[in-house]
Write a protein of this length. Structure first.
Lengths: 366, 96
């Protein structure tokens, strides 16, 4: 496919890897924020191409992984509610919750449908006026505009039976939280490219200046990752802490203003918990009061009790970048994609799933 | 190609045909849609957030929406800097 294969070209990748090795004279730790980037790194064995001193810390950029357990429980409650159709991206179906996962809810008679787009959920609502359709709205700033437009579409079609279970989160506040944490080792960031397609880069200069970290907008193909790393390392080596864009084919500095405007019509910024990180100030979205009828929590009067985390799973440490998947004692043993203990092993963007799929042969016990 | 990470995953595709709004207003609420080609796969994609996009353009598509037009000149600049070579990077085999 055009604009994909070229960014997987081994010769170009080798040239950038050579330049990166030449540029890197000291040890550095760089975080790639997005789970999709983590998967590329694992799939193409990019860490094998890196100079020895350059360490990658995997970020919490997996929306499925950071969806709070109480929201997952709410999804299970909705899935079991008579008359409700719960529509979800496929990733969420196998996240273990207090009463099993959504697949178990479906096996027990719940109506759970996999969708590839919130528009599919609206179409289901349009075709089934006697049922209540809830779309499980998970994702970063990349996805929120699509959710918002689904609400707009439902409004235009006069649908009374469509609502959202919202778990949209915002990435820059989580970066701020990680940088402010005691013991933070992250010295530079590969920012999430498709988040920036929507948001642009305006939130990053303040973070870069406050914490003295270079932030490089980076794409998702192996060449993109290496170009991002080369930029970060060159900045670190010369003492710079700037925001730059190594994904210009998909990211404009202003992002997509129309998409942000639609998000602002339906949602407002809120302090929300990220599973594994705690409450992140301004870290997510909630449905605005003037759109309350589209909020499944209010429409279906859901209680959202706090739920204790299972003890064996160390997903929180993985999401904070303090534990590598291969360092977890349960990795590949009790915890596998077939029998996951937590979300990072379930999600196609989870760090644990990435390592299990592409690197389990390299597992080492500490 | 279209399986894999859902939330971050946004793929470039080429608009091959605009879909006439009139035919489908009862289902699309008069939002603009187009058929977009990703290699051998074609999908219907909402262009509400890329109103300037037209047939022949490449767009970045995420969960059924075009979220940006792909800047072909920017892509070209990046690739030309590194010279052209065909082929793909050998991938690590998936773990058992």
């Amino acid at each position: 496919m055009k604009y994909v294969e070229s960014f997987r070209d081994p010769e170009r990748i080798r040239r950038v890897a050579t330049a990166l090795a030449a540029a890197c004279t000291r040890p550095w730790n760089v975080m790639e924020v997005c789970g999709g980037q983590t998967h590329t790194i694992a799939r193409y064995a990019i860490d094998d191409l890196l100079p020895d001193g350059l360490g990658l810390i995997h970020g919490p950029g997996c929306p499925v992984c950071v969806t709070p357990l109480e929201v997952i429980a709410a999804a299970q409650t909705l899935a079991r509610m008579p008359g409700v159709i719960l529509c979800s991206f496929g990733d969420m179906l196998r996240v273990p919750g207090p009463r099993g996962d959504l697949l178990a809810a479906r096996a027990e008679g719940g109506d759970v449908r996999v969708v590839l787009s919130p528009l599919d959920a609206v179409e289901i609502a349009r075709g089934q006026p006697d049922r209540q359709v809830v779309f499980f709205a998970v994702g970063f700033e990349t996805t929120a505009p699509s959710t918002a437009m689904s609400v707009e579409l439902a409004r235009r079609l006069g649908l009374e039976n469509y609502s959202l279970l919202v778990a949209h989160v915002r990435v820059p506040p989580a970066m701020e939280l990680l940088l402010s944490a005691p013991g933070n080792r992250v010295q530079g960031f590969l920012a999430a490219g498709h988040v920036c397609t929507i948001t642009g880069t305006s939130e990053y200069p303040a973070i870069a200046a406050r914490h003295r970290v270079p932030i490089v907008v980076t794409g998702f193909e192996p060449l993109d990752i290496l170009l991002g790393l080369l930029d970060v390392v060159r900045q670190l080596e010369s003492g710079r802490a700037e925001v730059s864009n190594q994904y210009a084919r998909a990211v404009k500095p202003e992002g997509n203003p129309a998409a942000r405007a639609m998000v602002d019509r339906v949602f407002e910024v809120a302090d929300v918990p990220w599973r594994g990180l705690g409450v992140v100030a301004h870290g997510g979205l909630r449905v605005r009061d003037d759109h309350a009828r589209f909020d499944a929590i209010r429409r279906h009067e859901l209680a959202m009790p706090a739920i204790p985390e299972p003890e064996v799973c160390r997903a929180a440490e993985v999401l904070q970048g303090r534990l590598a998947p291969l360092e977890c004692p349960a990795f590949g043993a009790e915890c596998t994609p077939e029998t996951p203990l937590g979300a990072p092993m379930v999600s196609t963007e989870g760090a644990c799933a990435a390592y299990h799929r592409y690197r389990s042969g390299a597992r080492e016990r500490p | 190609m279209l399986s894999g990470p859902i939330m971050c995953l946004a793929l470039p595709g080429r608009i091959v045909e605009m879909i006439e709004a009139g035919e489908t207003a009862s289902t699309t609420g008069a939002l603009p849609f187009a058929r977009v080609e990703f290699g051998s796969i074609t999908r219907e994609v909402c262009l509400a957030y890329t109103p300037e996009a037209t047939v022949g353009d490449y767009v970045i598509v995420h969960v059924g929406f075009a979220i940006q037009c792909l800047d072909e000149q920017a892509a070209r600049r990046t690739l030309d800097l590194l010279e052209q070579q065909p082929g793909g990077l050998p991938e690590r085999e998936t773990g058992a």
